[in-house]
Design a protein around this ligand. Structure first.
Ligand SMILES: [Zn+2]
Length: 253
């Protein structure tokens, strides 16, 4: 399932869309919107209203809504004001830059309560978006950051700050999402190669043949006897290949 991303770019302005070119992307930063039950577009409009200059600086590239839809507020080539701070962690300074806004993409997550709980839709869409971005910039799940990990002091994303096991799970899911899943035709190709190389060793065949006999895939002589040197019938071969392919395809999902 693909992502539902709508662009609603902010009006260029000094407070939320300064028009500064982003340097090479080195990290993706995860935030919470700190406003339970507010939607992505609500928060996009909040960034937009900053252009009046009365509510400070702040924005992010993407906001993931409660229903898993996504609003993009700035092009990825432009800098957002999402991790600015008077000080940064030593790790952020060494792995990102002296001013991490200049080399990171910010993702805001909507949430349902003040603990920062997210709907399953928000969680899943954020995992997919983060995986997609990391892949696009040649990065790994190690390049995912919490706002807090960049600045050291802010409890953002609060849910992940207070539940480190959840943050670890989130990063594992993103890592899984970065890996390319093999395509159907690749599986069929691999299976055809696999079956071409079945060893002719009798002992090896006997173990496997016995186990397939117990599972009812191989028929034997109907009296509980299976001779490993008997020819395989077309029907048996078809069942074996079909089940193997089904199994691999199921594993790929
Ligand atoms: Zn934040």
């Amino acid at each position: 399932m693909g992502l539902n991303i709508q662009s609603s770019f902010l009006t260029p302005n000094p407070y939320s869309r300064p028009g500064i070119r982003l340097k090479r992307v080195k990290g993706i930063v995860i935030h919470w919107v700190a406003n339970p039950k507010s939607t992505a577009i609500n928060n996009r409009h909040f960034f937009e209203r900053r252009k009046a200059g009365k509510s400070g600086y702040g924005s992010a590239h993407y906001i993931v809504c409660l229903d898993g839809s996504i609003v993009q507020c700035l092009p990825e080539t432009e800098m957002a004001y999402h991790v600015g701070s008077n000080s940064y962690t030593a790790t952020a300074l060494s792995r990102l830059s002296r001013y991490p806004n200049d080399c990171t993409i910010g993702i805001e997550c909507c949430h349902t309560d003040w603990d920062g709980r997210m709907t399953p839709e928000t969680w899943t869409a954020t995992v997919k978006l983060a995986a997609q971005l990391l892949k696009r910039y040649g990065l790994t799940a190690n390049d995912l950051w919490l706002h807090q990990e960049v600045v050291g002091w802010k409890d953002c994303h609060r849910w992940f700050v207070n539940n480190p096991a959840e943050w670890a799970r989130f990063k594992r899911e993103v890592a899984d999402g970065i890996v390319d899943k093999p395509k159907r035709q690749e599986v069929v190709y691999l299976m055809s190669r696999y079956f071409k190389d079945i060893p002719q060793n009798l002992a090896w065949c006997k173990d496997h043949a016995d186990s397939l006999y117990e599972k009812g895939v191989l028929k034997g002589d109907g009296k509980g006897n299976l001779n490993p040197t008997d020819p395989l019938t077309r029907a048996e071969a078809a069942v074996l290949i079909d089940r193997a392919i089904d199994y691999v395809l199921k594993e790929m999902k």
